[in-house]
Design a protein around this ligand. Sequence first.
Ligand SMILES: O=C(CO)[C@@H](O)[C@H](O)[C@H](O)[C@H](O)COP(=O)(O)O
Ligand SMILES: [Zn+2]
Length: 197
Amino acid sequence: MESFVDSVFEEMKDVLSKFVAESKHFLIAAAQEIANCFMEEGKVLIFGNGGSAADAQHIAAEFINRFKIERPSLPAIALTTDTSVLTSISNDYDFDQVFLKQVMALADEKDVVWGISTSGNSPNVINALRFAANNGIKTIGFSGKDGGMMKGLCDLLLVVDSDNTPRIQEMHIAAGHIICELVDEIMFGRFSDMLEM
Ligand SMILES: O=C(CO)[C@@H](O)[C@H](O)[C@H](O)[C@H](O)COP(=O)(O)O
Ligand SMILES: [Zn+2]
């Protein structure tokens, strides 16, 4: 059993080293996009399924509450939490529309719509991103595998180089934390020269 755990750690190290080599440009660009959105009084709408729903909620909470420094609350909403909204849309229409209808109701051109899907192919994530892309709303994606259908729908797309869903998710939450810290530093700290004026 120990050798099994060792093999998981080896896989984690491999995925992390590729993430370190390949993700810096994306992380900085995504943080700038989100900081500019907040400065222009936009908001961030985040969503995904399963573990990615938890990631969406985790990231939204960092913005709404605080991350590592004291600063004002920042407007982010996880679209995964309102059981009345989720169940009524699924029951009356289709689960494929649970994020789409919320994006249609809540998003405007100042906002960032942020979808998370390890396969890049979950229909409810894709439908919401496609609506945003078709309506001039900025889109950020976290995916893995080959990026799936999220490629072409996201202005900025992170594709974690792995086929293993939990390994991909581990890089997603690392990326989320780095973006949260960069946003704080761009808006309130040492990287304020990066803000678009
Ligand atoms: O957390 C995990 C696996 O680690 C699962 O709950 C996983 O998120 C679910 O199977 C999702 O439905 C997968 O969807 P996606 O990442 O392909 O969009
Ligand atoms: Zn999981």
